[in-house]
Design a protein around this ligand. Structure first.
Ligand SMILES: [Zn+2]
Ligand SMILES: [Zn+2]
Length: 605
């Protein structure tokens, strides 16, 4: 398993305890790209800050010095504290451990090395018991010249730095606990020490282990020959295909090794009998560059069609979840930089924009889980409301990036909205029939409502923009608002406009809109193949004036966009903002008489 697949010391898929064992494995040297994978302050592509910070922390660059303690190289980011270094700690895997151990400490040290192999990396890092043993040897602190003891402790990991640290218990919490437990000296530091050393940047990021003992995967394309060693499968024989006949029962070897016919081949170099590598590549290996293969999956002259890839990529917007921050998207960025170095790509970030979806929580606001009993099963929701409602609800319930609880009330409301859509178009059908009888293309010129048409244009514009900005929730809110207005005058839209509204709703409720499109408007081709309605130029907004009276005498005139005139409360508020009106009304009881679009009269009791 890769480091990224270990969660709390357990396998991320099956929860089995992860133990460490030394085996031969294939690695990708991603560490050579560590520095280039670090996001700059102002990147050229639009990726969320959480992803960039998360990846930078995972890569974990630290700059420091390599300092020589009597032949043992130590990496430190705090070289100014070296005069407080009171002992040295080697990781159990450090090649000098046995060499440094004196005879009377040998048994103790060997026992300790054995114990630490049983521990997971997590346990080692935590090192709750502050375990460790003395080797019996000393080295010289190059700044103070004092002899300091050399210990072995498994909280020092061999993969990080040089696998040896100088311990400064006066400054470092973990070193202090270790020193206290083992009665080691704690020496004050001047914080001004300037030791000699080589500058070095080290990274938390490790090389990427890509060997898996699984069946499903891409076979590692190499051949093991007893005489020639490891030989890559010749390019003309690629790709190596998975054999179908394998034995999956556990017997301590990978499934591919059970098919002798597949396994045994002749060495491409010397022709003598040899064996294929029976392991497969980590799935993340393939998912790191699939988007390059997808543009021409039948391409046979290489991993991907570089000409078509140059035309169609980089990816414009890459959607996905936050769980891909430290795995998939980091690997894909690495592959992109590698292909860029190979002159197979002319860019080095594969996606211009990254958008991460949020999480739908249970109705109680907690993460859905079987044990909490708060799981909402989408299949059941689809059965109850239909997939259009469920889809529309998911788009509407919160911003795409947001995380929030499932709401039974809101989905019921969304369902009512679609029912009202269905009904208004059914009524429209009746009107349409009458219009056809009249041999008229317009619904009815007397009912045609210019304000409603203007409102629709605005709605189309907003929905179009919101979709490009991945703001589905506000697009739907705008359509809901439009429906409210339309319902006040169901005959107010031209046929073309009624179809346009259906078209902008289509991506959100594909089945209902298709049904209406065909049954009401008699269309023969799908609404989803029709072209998106366009709103050109500025939307002309009609302004209207309304005279305002107090006790029948004209006191003021207010202006507003014509679509607002049906909103009595709004008109009233606008009038009350007028100083010339307000002064007659303060402290008085009055009632309001409003003739929409004509006159507003305040009558004082
Ligand atoms: Zn597992
Ligand atoms: Zn050979």
């Amino acid at each position: 398993l890769a480091n990224e697949n270990v969660v709390d010391g357990k396998c991320w898929r099956c929860d089995s305890q992860v133990i460490q064992k030394e085996v031969d494995q294939w690695f990708i040297k991603i560490t050579d790209y560590a520095n280039r994978l670090i996001w700059p302050e102002k990147p050229t592509v639009d990726w969320p800050i959480q992803v960039r910070v998360g990846q930078n922390n995972w890569i974990g660059k630290s700059e420091g010095l390599i300092i020589n303690f009597s032949g043992i190289e130590v990496f430190t980011t705090r070289s100014e504290t070296i005069d407080g270094a009171s002992f040295l700690v080697l990781s159990p895997e450090h090649p000098f451990v046995i060499k440094m151990t004196t005879n009377d400490n040998l048994n103790k040290v060997k026992k300790y090395l054995n114990q630490s192999t049983q521990k997971t990396e997590m346990e080692r890092k935590e090192n709750k018991e502050k375990t460790g043993v003395f080797t019996g040897s000393y080295v010289k602190n190059p700044v103070t010249g004092k002899k300091i003891p050399v210990w072995v402790a498994d909280y020092v990991l061999f993969g990080y730095g040089t696998g040896a640290i100088m311990a400064v218990p006066a400054e470092d919490e973990r070193d202090r606990k270790f020193a206290t437990k083992h009665n080691l000296p704690i020496i004050k530091t001047s914080l001004k020490a300037k030791p000699n050393g080589k500058k070095r940047s080290i990274y938390h990021l490790r090389d990427w282990s890509i060997s898996r003992q699984r069946y499903w995967g891409t076979p590692v394309p190499v051949i093991h020959c007893p005489s020639c060693g490891i030989i890559p499968v010749p390019e003309k024989d690629l790709p190596v295909k998975l054999p179908y006949e394998v034995d999956f029962t556990p017997h301590g070897k990978p499934p591919l090794a059970t098919n002798e016919k597949w396994l045994n081949v002749n060495c491409p170099k010397c022709g003598k009998p040899a064996k294929r590598d029976a392991e497969t590549l980590d799935t993340f290996f393939d998912s790191s560059w699939y988007f390059l293969r997808y543009v021409n999956p039948k391409y046979n002259n290489g991993p991907f069609d570089t000409r078509r890839v140059a035309k169609l990529t980089p990816v414009d917007v890459y959607f996905g979840g936050a769980e891909h921050t430290l795995g998939h998207t980091l690997y894909a960025r690495f592959f992109t930089k590698f292909f860029n170095d190979q002159k197979m790509l002319d860019y080095d970030e594969f996606a211009l924009k990254r958008v991460q979806h949020g999480v739908v929580l249970g109705p109680d606001g907690n993460k859905m889980s079987k044990s909490k009993g708060n799981v909402v099963n989408p299949d059941i929701q689809v059965k109850e409301y239909g997939s259009d409602t469920v889809r529309l609800y998911l788009c509407f319930m919160m911003p795409y990036e947001g995380t929030g609880p499932w709401s039974d009330q809101t989905i019921a409301g969304v369902n009512r909205f679609l029912t009202r859509i269905w009904e208004i178009y059914q009524n429209y059908f009746v009107i349409l029939r009458q219009a056809q009888d009249d041999k008229s293309v317009m619904v009815s010129s007397t009912n045609h409502d210019k304000n409603l048409e203007t409102k629709l244009k605005k709605t189309i514009k907003k929905v179009t923009e919101d979709i490009s900005n991945i703001k589905m929730n506000t697009a739907i809110a705008a359509m809901m608002e439009f429906l409210n207005d339309w319902e006040r005058n169901p005959q107010g839209l031209l046929i073309e406009s009624a179809k346009n509204f259906l078209q902008i709703l289509a991506p959100f409720a594909p089945f209902l809109t298709e049904e209406i499109w065909r049954s009401i408007f008699g269309e023969k081709t799908s609404i989803h193949l029709s072209s998106w309605p366009k709103v050109e130029g500025e939307i002309f907004e009609e302004k209207m004036t309304i005279p305002v009276q107090v006790n029948g005498r004209l006191r003021s005139t207010i202006w507003m966009s014509s679509e607002k005139i049906t909103n009595k409360k709004y008109v009233e508020e606008m009038a009350l903002k007028e100083e010339k009106v307000k002064k007659y009304l303060t402290g008085k009881d009055y009632k309001i008489v409003y003739v929409p679009g004509k006159i507003l009269n305040f009558v004082i009791n």
